[in-house]
Design a protein around this ligand. Sequence first.
Ligand code: 28F
Length: 639
Amino acid sequence: MPKKSEYGASNIQVLEGLEAVRKRPAMYIGSTDSMGLHHIFTEILDNSVDEAIAGFCDNIWVTLNKDGSCTVQDNGRGIPIETHPQTKVSTLETVMTNLHAGGKFDGSAYKVSGGLHGVGMKCTNALSEWVETVVYLDGGEYRQDYKRGAPQAPVKKVGNTRKTGTKHTFLPDSQIFTETIWDFKKILTKCRQHAYLTAGLRFTLKDNRVEKGESPKIFQLYFEDGIKSYVQFLNLDERSVSDEPFYMNKSEDNIWVEVAMQYTDSMDENVMCYTNNINNPEGGTHLAGFRTALTSTLNVYAQSNELLRGVKGTLSGDDVREGLTAVVSVKVTDPQFEGQTKIKLNNPEVKGVVSKLVREGFLTYLKENPSIAKNVIGKAVLANKAKAAAKAARDAVIRKSALESSALPGKLADCISNDPAECELYIVEGDSAGGSAKQGRDRHTQAVLPLRGKIINTHKYRVDRVLGNNEFNNITTALGVGIGDTLDTSKLRYHKIIIMSDADVDGLHITTLVLTLLFRFFRPLIEQGYIYVAQPPLFKVEIGKKRYYFINEREKDAFLTKTKLSGKKPVVNRFKGLGEMDPEQLWDTTMSPEDRVLKQVFIEDGQEAEHTFEMLMGNEVPPRKRFIQKYANKAILDV
Ligand code: 28F
């Protein structure tokens, strides 16, 4: 039984609640690595943003302190401090320590906007070594401190002030987190997203963790046009069909609907949905309402202006969403999400309201901007026709390969085993390396598909053009999973797809082209961890009869330093390409599962990946040029 005298320990239920969070933190914040660490930050930040959405706050300050703690402050109303009716302690202490009070608690950690504030701050409190909370309210400054969630003393008035708001300073508990260093980029990205989603809300970010003498980094984030600026940011590297995005912000039946959208000449669809500023990657009823309204409005306008020549029937949803960047942000008082993870909004009433308001707003926009309307519908008609052509081409490719007895490409040296789990496909640059790989490999489990020359940049072309490219078809057929929306990873013939090319600029370009192809048409293969990049050695060091191989300069130099004492003169040479290695060397250094080094490819952030491929492989040269200039000093040039 905790000592009665120690303040705050008297309420057993409070301690047990916080203990539960500390015992199984991952159940509340997902993990205790860097993701979980930044989750306890966003729980606090979201409470300030909720206060802004409720209309009581327009400034949020985030400061990373030298001691590793983080301070978040807002100029909202300030958490109430009067004695809570049920718990008999201050409301502040209740919302900071009692898991079952404050906000809507139904087992899921989602928050409710409109100033009811969620359960998040209890978790942050329980998982922090200490928290100092200051509330500015009714002319007074009130403070309470906590250690691993336990309040150290009752709320105390420590001064007078004209400010209002709430300030938490917290130090993540190194007993809980495997990572306690804040990642400024993650914090900046999170604040930027909130700034876009809450027009007029100003963020001031400050990183005080700088070396002596260096001045701290300060960032201001403020978007008067909210999600309209967000769409412009997302389209930065693209060519847009209109200078200004379409923007609307209306409400009905206590549901706020805000939409910004703009078409570009790319072919991808990028529609991001939010409920009360929470991102819903799997969409939901707001997305359904938006899509219905978009398709019907464009068809109604196109038909009444005779813009559908050559289209069989009407434009489909896919046709009208090609090249569309949009943000759909709704604010509802009682959001119902799918399960614990808030990835999909379920409120049925939202679909009808979004559909009605978007239909009205977008039709007016099209009538007021006939040239943009013509442009947008022209793109959709082209997409419709290209899809028909692509379907014909795909059928032709499938029919062709079905007709040919050996459906597999002639150049594929397949492996003997039929068990995908042990089979590997090496996609190799060039015939000479392909030849060595075929000879050096383990025929039982390793297949080799040589690529002759460069494959098409699949980021830039429609699927009908890409399907005409021989190299592309060879890879598609070898993988055996179909492409795009017909993709079925259960048919994958190899559970390791290894891209092997020279370690020079050309080789890296080939690797990038193959990764672009996989990212665009076989993304689940990347997401499920089947894709690897081989790391052929860059250096060979011969000492007497012995040969040593190294994949980079650092390892080679470390080895040379170590062997300098042996007195024997080492002979160092740098591999220009895979072709320089005989089959045995290629096996020993790059293909043998015991000794090889493979880099597994995965997508940490889909948005970021889209951006990077667009910048690297897209039509716009300036963004790529800026990237090259920015990172030129880091390039390892082929000498
Ligand atoms: C740095 C993090 O947490 N800001 C917050 C408020 C304001 C109110 C509030 C919060 C629980 C059940 C009410 C004030 N006055 N920033 C923050 N600002 N929580 S958290 O209320 C939570 C209580 O009912 C607030 C009137 N209504 C709400």
